[in-house]
Design a protein around this ligand. Sequence first.
Ligand SMILES: Nc1ncnc2c1ncn2[C@@H]1O[C@H](COP(=O)(O)OP(=O)(O)OP(=O)(O)O)[C@@H](O)[C@H]1O
Length: 620
Amino acid sequence: MAEFEDKAGWRTLWFLIDRQRTRLALAFAFTLVAATMELVPFWLLAQGAQAVLGFIDQQSTTTEMAETFYQLALWMAAALVLKTLIYGIAYFLSHQAAFFTLAHTRRILVTRLAWAPLHWIQSYHSGQLKQMVLQDVDKIENLIAHHTVEVSVSLLTPLLITFYLFWIDWRLAVAALLVAPLAIICSMLFMRDMDSMQDQYHQVAVSLNKTTVEYLRNIPVMKLFRQDARRFSAMVQHSQHYYSLVEALTRLTVPRWALFTSLLGANMLLVLPAGGFLLLHNEIALTDLILAILLCGGMLRPLLKISHFFTDSREVLASVRRLNPVLNADNSAEHAQQAEGADPVSSREEGIDVELSRVRFSYDKTLIIPEMDLTLPAGSTTVMTGASGSGKSTLAQLIAGLLMPEQGQVTINGRAVTDLSNEQRASLVAVATQDAFLFKGTIRDNLMLARDTVQEHDMELAIKVAQAEHLIQQLPDGYDTRVNEQGTRLSGGERQRLALARALLADTPVLVLDEATAFADNLTQQAFYRDLQEHYPDKTVLIIAHRLAGMEFADQIIVLHKGHIQDAGSHTELIQRNAYYQKIWQLQRDSHHWTLQDDQACESRKRSDVTEGETTCLQI
Ligand SMILES: Nc1ncnc2c1ncn2[C@@H]1O[C@H](COP(=O)(O)OP(=O)(O)OP(=O)(O)O)[C@@H](O)[C@H]1O
């Protein structure tokens, strides 16, 4: 199972490094040269030993021996410089390959996420997506940038030494290699339970990550309820689980790892007696034996790196495998966009109508819209209201093409939304919701999100209609004022007004406003809908709202109940026959007259010319 999963991970990695394979092959070639250079110092040391032996045998003088040493030092310095240079090139190439792969992978992921259906994205926690796009992708860096060079050297150096030892004497080579199988068995033991442990570790790390993100996001709420990290029970639980797993992992791995490391250095226990025996029987020259001993000393140590590589690669492959669902996400919309074909519904076309026919939709197995038929005639305004959870936002997302119906279809001028590319859809339908998200940048950048170029008067009109004129005037640099991530320096209502202006600027014939004025006061809301009608009369508008101030003008008002249209008609019709509509309208009319005043103000207001009954005075 693990092998199969590893294969899937390697396949994905192979796909991700697609454009970097030549660079990596070059990095490997340079590493091969550098690994050969690793042997040069040993050979030079053997030459030094030979010079010493020559001197002991009185074949050379002290001066000659010293001169040999100077020369050897020079050669060693030259070899060192050359080796450093070659390693430098190899690392440069492997790092380039790694960072290009990281950028390429993130580009693929964010593109896939941008095109993936909304409900699919919503099935992931934001902490999980963050973990994928940031941490999981980052893990690839170490594998490509470092392991490519280091693992290659760690493999090639013992291999080259083995060849050399065989060339000197095969018995010495065998003696040097005998401990390797023992070390490898030990290493396999070391890896045995690692797979399941690693998976468990990841799950626990993700849970801790999610909880931490949740905690950090909601610090204001935590403050309100006087909770800190120690008292936030979910965090405590996940931390404890994390630490107990890490402890178990450490207990399991440390003894095996210590044994493996010791075994790798133990080959000298066999090489020394074997060398002594061969020397005694004159089957090997003393200088060869010295060279062999020098080489054998650290010969198997590089295998440590390989073992590290296997451990790391499992972690990396697990990370890469986690990217697979996003990499393989349904990108049919992306393909639809790339596919040739005429623009089926032009955004420039006059009068766009939207039709839902027999639309059925469920989240997983929970049925939200059983069957819906609805028409938003071209250039009309439809208001949709209904109890919380009745499916209004779901319908808005279905119309905007952000959710796919499981049955029936949503059409825009007769063309199914599902057949449109994302770009086509975005040029037809703009959506503004209650959660007005602003990106880090200037107000202008945020307003122009949907369009590359905007005429100044278009921008001013959108801002005026969105009732944000005063806000822009107040800002220190007007349109060029910078907002931070999520626009948190602006109030909820200010963010909403800017998001409304952005939706208007998108210049789409269909506009969906899902509680888009929820933070506005009644007067602002009324002014917005009045100006919207006056300045954008051709738009097909769907307004979802609980507060209906200023919406009496709507062509049709729909009351939604548990995913069904309970009633539909004009304001006058509904106020006469629909109990729910009458109730919310009555409540809103009453609350419209509520004011918060102190006793004195309240008394004086009652004495003023305000007709009794129009004002409900809440005395404070
Ligand atoms: N992503 C989701 N996954 C599962 N269920 C969801 C999801 N989004 C909404 N729901 C459920 O679908 C139902 C309809 O939700 P929807 O947001 O469409 O209602 P709504 O009428 O817009 O409510 P509100 O007025 O409170 O915004 C609710 O019961 C909600 O819990």
